[in-house]
Design a protein around this ligand. Sequence first.
Ligand code: GSH
Length: 209
Amino acid sequence: MKLYDCATAPSPRRVRIFAAEKGIELDKVQVDLGSGEQFAPEFRALNPDCVVPVLELDDGTTISEVLAICQYLEELHPDPPLFGRAAEQRAISTMWNNKIEQHGLTHMRDAFRNSAKGLRGHAITGPHDVEQIPELAERGRQCVVAFFDRLEHQLDGRAFITGDEYSIADITGLVLIDFARWIKLEMPEGAVNLRRWHADVSARPSAKA
Ligand SMILES: N[C@@H](CCC(=O)N[C@@H](CS)C(=O)NCC(=O)O)C(=O)O
């Protein structure tokens, strides 16, 4: 199994953390997004959407999309469970993962991709040229900040996002917060639950993956 990765990008980091939590060693191939390797014919043959991560299986099958890759790894290596053990926990961890993707990462992407100088003409991932819209960057920032409040509330009285157990939702949340820092969006000073949780999940060895 081979993971097409980019050490500085948030999406493949989610897979790296997930694999590290399970003790799975993945062969990694770095794709240099800065120089446009994702648009090279060799990479397009693996993923015509021109994004990482991509997991290539030994028989050549390719799986893209973070969630699909993580679900596949979960099935192969059920322990420790990162989508929850029982039906209810599985539903709740998937629910929170989706909420963080939708209300956090999507807006973060808008904020970043519509403002970064290096992404002019490339505001959307993929092979087509799309111009930046500065208003979308501003709206994205506002939505991310609003979502910090949502997480702060959710973490009140809970060790992790879904309760007592670390899950895929914590991985997606950690990557959201760290990427937010990159675009100078800090957790609010008064967000004591969010800050406590962030310190805890950052201290896990997997956070360095
Ligand atoms: N929905 C995709 C998102 C993947 C994605 O956006 N990857 C970014 C890196 S974080 C990428 O490859 N960007 C390439 C580009 O900007 O051209 C997933 O879940 O895997």
